[in-house]
Design a protein around this ligand. Sequence first.
Ligand code: GLU
Length: 437
Amino acid sequence: MSQADRQSNNVDITQGKSASASVFESAEKHFDDAAKVLKLTMNQIATVKKPRRSVIVNLPVRMDDGTIHVFEGFRVLHNKARGPGKGGIRFHPDVSLDEVQTLAFWMTFKCAVVGIPMGGAKGGVICDPGKMSDRELENLTRRYVAELFEVLGPDVDIPAPDVGTNARVMGWIMDTYSMQVHRHTPSVVTGKAIELEGSAGRDGATGRGLLYCVRRWAGYPAKQLHGLTVAVQGFGNVGSWSARLLSEDGCRIMGLSDISGAYVSKDSGIDIGAAQEYAKKHKSLDGFERSGNVTKLKHPKEILEMEVDVLVPAALENQITHQNAGKVKARLVAEGANGPTTYDADRLLAERGITVIPDILCNAGGVSVSYLETVQNRMGYYWNEERVNYDLEEIMNRAFDTVRDTATKYEITMRKAAYVVGIQRVVTSSEFRGLYA
Ligand code: GLU
C-alpha cells in the first residue's frame, strides 16, 4: 500500500505487520499477468488493484480470569464497485493485515467471477479460538463489531464465517449490530444458523461448489466421478464437506489431513462419515489411525504428494510451493482454501500439465450461497435446500464455463482466466459508475 493510499484512506495501518514476504505481492503478480492479457490502462489498474480501506482495531476483552487482553483486529474493504463489501472474518493466531488485505482482494474477484452483486472485503483477529472459552469468544466478537460498527452494514460490508469462525459467531455479530441500530438486521451478516435466518445449504456450500467444479471438469453427467481417487488437505468446514460430497458422488477419498497429521486409507477409501464423527468427538483427527482402516503419514504435508486423481487443498495459504509442486501427482488440483498455491508453484503445476481450478472459482460456492442468504433476508422469505442448491449449481456451472472458455480463448491457465473474467467485470462496473469527485 502506498503512502498516498494510506493518507486517502485516513486510517492508521502503521501497526500492521511488515510487508516483507507479503502474500499480497504474490496475489498482485496474478493480477498483473491478467491485466496484461486484458491490456488494462494505468487508470483502470489504479481503480481496482489496491484496497479502498484497511482498518485496524485494538480490542480490549475481559478474559475468564478477570484480566483484560487487548486483541488486534482488522477489517479491509478491497472494492465496492459491484456492491457492498463481502467476506469472512478469520480468527487465527497467524492473522496479519497483509493476509487480510490479500483475502479481501481475492473476495473482490471471487464475487465477480461468480457474477454476484458484491464487492470484496475480509476481517480477522489475531487470537487462538481453540484456547478461548465461549464467553471470551463472544466478548471478543461483540467488541469487534462494536469497534467496527461504522464500516459494517447490509449496504456497506457484510461479514461471514472463515477459518476459526462459525454460525455461532455470526449470531453474535447479528445480535450486536441489531442492538446498536435498534433494528432486527439479519442481512448484516451471512452464515448464520438456520434458526437465525441463515440459509439452508450455507454450511456445506463451499464444498458443494467445489463438487460442481470437479464434476464440470470431469465432464459430468456423461462422465461420472465414480472411482476417481482424492486426497483432501484440511478437515474444517471446506475440507470435510468436500470429502463427504465427493465420496457421495462415487470418489474414493484416499487421504485426509488436519492439524494433527495426515491419514491414508489402507484399502479402497476412507469412510468420511466415520472420520467426521471421530473429528467431532475428539475435536481433531488425532489418533484416527487407531480407529479406522488408515495409517498415519510421517509428515502431514505428504498428503499433497499422494498418487491420486484429484488433490483438494482445503487448509490455509501457501501449502503448494516451489519446493513440493514438482512432487504433486494429481491430475487436478481443486483449491478449496484461499491461496493454497504460491505464484511460483502455480507456474510449475501449469508446466507439468496439472489443471488447477483456482480458489476464486473453486471455493466460491460459500459466498454464492451467502449472497442467496442476503436475498432471502431482504425478502423475509426462505427457500428449502433443494432450491438453494439448484441456484448454486447454476451459478457455479455458469462461472466454470465462462472461465474455461476464457482460458481456451486466450490459451491461458484457468487461474489466469479467472482473474481475467473477475478483473474485467470489476473494471467495467467501475467505469459505468465513473469516479466520484
Ligand atoms: N470465507 C468464505 C470465503 O473465503 C466465505 C465468504 C462469504 O460468504 O462472504 O469465500
